[in-house]
Write a protein that binds this ligand. Structure first.
Ligand SMILES: [Fe+2]
Length: 464
C-alpha cells in the first residue's frame, strides 16, 4: 500500500473555480489579502506518468482572506509545455527528470532554442505590477492575480540577457528584483542581475569550470551569495543529452563546494568549502565585519533521487533526507562551518528582510513520516525548537505575514489532511505555534513548493 501522503502526489485533472473554504476559528481583522501557491499538480503526459516531483505541470492556487472568510481557487498555467502535451497526448518538452522520446537532432535543436522549461511550477513573484510564475529556466509566465488566468510569456522587454538556467528564488528589495543566471558554454559563468520592470542589468559575474546545480541565492547590502556545490554538469552533456536534464549532473565531492560572492558594485570572488548540497539559502548578513551565510545543507545530493515519484510513493522505503541549518562564517582565518540545530528543516522562510540579522527560521520538518509531516521553528541562538504536527497531516512551506502595525506575526501553510482527504489553510501564531484558524477546501492541494502573501491593498483587489 502506498504511504498516506501519496495523495499529495496524485494528478488532478479538474480546475476548481472559486469556492468558499470551511473556516474553523476566526481570522484577525487585519488579515486581508491573498496567499498564492505554485507547484506541480499533473504528473501525467497523456497516459504516461512523469517521473519526478519536480516534473509535474504547474498549477497556481490562491487563498483569499478578508471579512472573516477564506476563498480558494486553482488554475493550471497554460504553458507551452502543457498546451503542446495536451494537443499531442504525450510529453513534448523536456522536464526536470522526464524527457520526450526523440532523436538526437531534435535534442540539439531544443537546447539552442531554449525550448527546455516553460513549465514554471516553483514560485511566484511580483515585478512592477506584474505577477510571474517562475522556474529554473529564464522563461517566466505572467498571470492575473484575480483569476489566475495565464497572461503569457514574460520576456523582460526582450533584453537578450542570455543564460540557460536561473533560479526561481529571486529576492525583491525595494521594488528591485535580484537574481542570477547560469550561462553554460565553453566558458560557463554565473551572472548576478537586477531589474525593476524591464531589461535585466548585470552587476557582477563569476566564471566556473564546473557549473553546478544552483537553486537559490542570498543577498546582503554588499553582495549576492551563491553556494556552488559539487553537483555539476558538463555543458556538452546537456547539449547532446541522452538522458533527462537532471541526470546529466554528477555528484563530484572531490571538487568541494565554493561560496561565490558577486559584489553588487561589480567584481566577484570565491571561497572553498566542504562538499555539501544546498537547495535553499536562508539568509546572509554581517556580524561586525564577518559575513555569515546560513543555508540548509545536505551531506550529498541524494535528496534528488529520493524525490522520484516511484520511490517517494513506494509502500516502503527510507525517509526523505532532510537538511540541517548550517552557518558559514567567513572569518579572517578562513570559513568556519557550524550546524545550528539538529532539527530537520526545508522550504525555509524568515520574517526579516534578506541581508539583516535574524533569529528564527521557519520551515517544514520531519517527525515520524518518511515525508515532511511537521512545521518547525528553529532558533539560530540554540533555543528549543517549536513544532506543529497532527496525525496524518503534511504541511507545506510556511509563509510569513506581519500585521500592518507590526505587532502580530502569522504563518500560512497549506496542509494535506490525509484522514479527511482534503487540504486546509493553516494559520498559526508564529511566536507560539498556537492555531489561529484553519480553512478546509473541498479538494486536495497537491504538494507544491513556494508562494507568497500579498495584502489586498497592494496592487490588486480580491473579491470574496
Ligand atoms: Fe525552492
Amino acid at each position: 500500500m502506498k504511504p498516506d501522503y501519496a495523495r499529495g502526489f496524485a494528478s488532478i485533472h479538474e480546475e476548481q473555480p472559486q469556492v468558499m473554504a470551511s473556516l474553523q476559528g476566526a481570522l484577525p481583522d487585519w488579515l486581508q489579502g491573498t496567499l498564492f501557491r505554485n507547484g506541480p499538480a499533473l504528473w501525467h503526459a497523456g497516459v504516461t506518468p512523469l517521473k519526478h516531483w519536480f516534473d509535474g505541470f504547474a498549477m497556481l492556487h490562491s487563498f483569499t482572506m478578508g471579512q472573516g472568510k477564506v476563498s480558494y481557487r486553482n488554475r493550471f498555467l497554460q504553458t507551452p509545455d502543457l498546451l503542446a502535451t495536451r494537443a499531442r497526448g504525450r510529453l513534448m518538452h523536456p522536464q526536470f527528470a522526464s524527457d520526450p522520446c526523440r532523436g538526437l537532432f531534435k535534442k540539439v535543436v531544443s537546447m539552442f532554442v531554449s525550448e527546455l522549461g516553460s513549465n514554471p511550477n516553483v514560485n511566484v513573484t511580483q515585478l512592477g505590477t506584474r505577477f510571474l510564475a517562475l522556474t529554473e529556466t529564464p522563461m517566466a509566465i505572467e498571470f492575473d492575480p484575480e483569476t489566475l488566468a495565464t497572461a503569457g510569456l514574460y520576456n523582460y522587454d526582450r533584453d537578450h540577457f542570455g543564460g540557460q538556467i536561473t533560479s526561481a528564488h529571486p529576492i525583491v528589495e525595494a521594488g528591485i528584483l535580484y537574481n542570477f543566471t547560469v550561462g553554460l558554454g565553453k566558458s560557463s559563468r554565473y551572472r548576478g542581475y537586477q531589474t525593476q520592470t524591464g531589461p535585466r542589468r548585470e552587476f557582477a559575474h563569476h566564471p566556473t569550470r564546473h557549473p553546478a546545480y544552483l537553486h537559490s541565492c542570498a543577498l546582503t547590502p554588499r553582495e549576492m551569495v551563491l553556494w556552488e556545490g559539487p553537483l555539476v554538469v558538463q555543458p556538452l552533456d546537456l547539449l547532446y543529452r541522452q538522458r533527462p536534464y537532471i541526470e546529466n549532473y554528477r555528484w563530484r565531492p572531490e571538487l568541494g563546494s565554493r561560496l561565490i560572492l558577486l559584489d553588487r558594485q561589480g567584481g566577484s570572488r570565491a571561497l572553498e568549502l566542504p562538499p555539501l548540497f544546498v537547495f535553499h539559502h536562508v539568509n546572509s548578513f554581517y556580524q561586525q565585519d564577518t559575513l555569515c551565510v546560513d543555508v540548509l545543507a545536505y551531506p550529498d545530493a541524494s535528496i534528488i533521487e529520493h524525490l522520484y515519484l516511484d520511490r517517494l510513493c513506494a509502500p516502503e522505503g527510507p525517509p526523505v533526507p532532510a537538511p540541517r541549518l548550517t552557518r558559514v562564517r567567513l572569518e579572517k582565518g578562513g570559513p568556519v562551518l557550524e550546524v545550528l540545530s539538529p532539527v530537520s528543516l526545508e522550504l525555509p522562510r524568515i520574517f526579516e528582510r534578506q541581508g539583516t540579522p535574524y533569529r528564527y527560521v521557519y520551515g517544514i520538518s520531519q517527525r515520524q513520516s518518511r515525508f515532511f509531516d511537521a512545521l518547525a521553528r528553529v532558533d539560530c541562538q540554540g533555543g528549543e525548537p517549536l513544532l506543529w504536527f497532527e496525525d496524518g497531516c503534511f504541511p507545506g512551506e510556511p509563509v510569513p505575514v506581519t500585521s500592518p502595525d507590526h505587532r502580530q506575526r502569522l504563518l500560512l501553510s497549506v496542509v494535506l489532511d490525509c484522514a479527511r482527504g482534503q487540504s486546509f489553510l493553516l494559520i498559526l501564531q508564529a511566536d507560539t505555534f498556537a492555531e489561529v484558524a484553519r480553512a478546509y477546501v473541498p479538494a486536495v492541494v497537491p504538494f507544491g513548493f513556494h508562494g507568497g502573501f500579498w495584502p489586498t491593498q497592494r496592487g490588486f483587489s480580491t473579491s470574496l
